[in-house]
Design a protein around this ligand. Structure first.
Ligand code: GUN
Length: 304
């Protein structure tokens, strides 16, 4: 670090608190929706198989849905479910007037065609924002449902920085669930966007240009302090568990960013845990309620 930028400690971006605020807003509007439409907004979550991490996610999604006053429909199918049976369930949920949002937990067991299942979800119920229609609408700048983690990350950025117009943003990772939609959202805010990935040449040099860094690669503590422009805002989407040690017998949870080092250079940073993670479920609830309003032919409240 040069003398012009003496070491300082970055502000922490409190995703947990922001997510709690968003969930409270969803709860208020979910009650208003029920009063207006005569039914609860409903979210269906489909889990195939017994992946332990997915089971935890699905349980917490169902609990959060009920806590904010919406109806939760959980469908747990055995690991050997056929493609035809899974598609039949999606069709049934598409046709169900009590269901406003459908989330099929990914990854699916290897014998299932994930893309075909996702494409079957009605775009009006696509709370994950993963169907080709949702993806296309995002690229075109049209209203639609947007993937939860990138939308949550954008909410944190706008809360911290206000206008993002003209800022250099570097997204590290090009996944369908995070990297690509994140880049589209930042472009929509008039950032100059670079998508970096595993083949990018001189990644540290690319990241050093960024006013905004979004790390979504799934490599523990990859982004180092000397990659970061002093004062930059750093959003860490990674959730990685390190091997167990004596002091952390379950293995420490870390992001894709070397938090201890980067916080001495960045202007603001999301911690792991407690940063982007809590935003994902809060935005899922928000997306389900927005879908409910639109499916009922009503305008969704602008503060959502
Ligand atoms: N698995 C991990 N994250 C997600 C997500 O956001 N949506 C779905 N459907 N599956 C996931």
């Amino acid at each position: 670090m040069s003398d012009a930028f003496p070491a300082s400690t970055a502000a922490l971006i409190d995703g947990k608190a922001f997510a709690a605020g968003l969930r409270a807003k969803v709860a208020i509007h979910a009650a208003a929706f029920e009063a207006q439409s005569g039914r609860k907004a409903g979210l269906a979550v489909v889990l195939v198989g017994e992946d332990p991490a997915s089971q935890v996610y699905v349980r917490s999604k169902g609990k959060a849905t009920v806590e904010c006053g919406m109806a939760s429909f959980e469908h747990r199918l055995p690991a050997d479910t056929t493609q035809a049976d899974l598609i039949a369930l999606v069709d049934q949920l598409n046709a169900d007037g009590a269901v406003d949002g459908i989330l099929v937990q990914l990854p699916l067991p290897g014998h299932l065609d994930e893309q075909a299942v996702v494409e079957r979800i009605s775009p009006t119920k696509d709370v994950d924002g993963l169907t080709p229609v949702s993806t296309g609408r995002l690229a075109l700048g049209l209203p639609g449902l947007v993937p939860c983690t990138p939308l949550g990350s954008l909410m944190l950025l706008k809360d911290r920085l206000g206008s993002l117009s003209g800022l250099n943003a570097v997204v590290i990772g090009r996944s369908i669930l995070v990297g690509k939609p994140m880049a589209q959202l930042l472009l929509g805010e008039s950032c100059t966007v670079t998508i970096a990935h595993s083949r990018t040449k001189d990644l540290p040099q690319v990241v050093r240009r960024a006013d905004i860094v979004v790390a979504a690669v799934g490599r523990p503590e990859m982004v180092k302090a000397d990659w970061i422009k002093p004062g930059a805002t750093v959003i860490d989407v990674g959730i990685n568990r390190l091997p167990p040690t004596e002091t952390s017998p379950k293995g420490k949870l870390v992001g894709d960013v070397d938090f201890a080092g980067v916080r001495e250079v960045a202007g603001a940073i999301t911690p792991v845990p407690g940063g982007v993670g809590p935003m994902t479920i809060a935005v899922l609830l928000r997306n389900a309620l927005v879908a409910a309003y639109r499916n009922a032919g009503l305008d969704a409240p602008s503060e959502l």
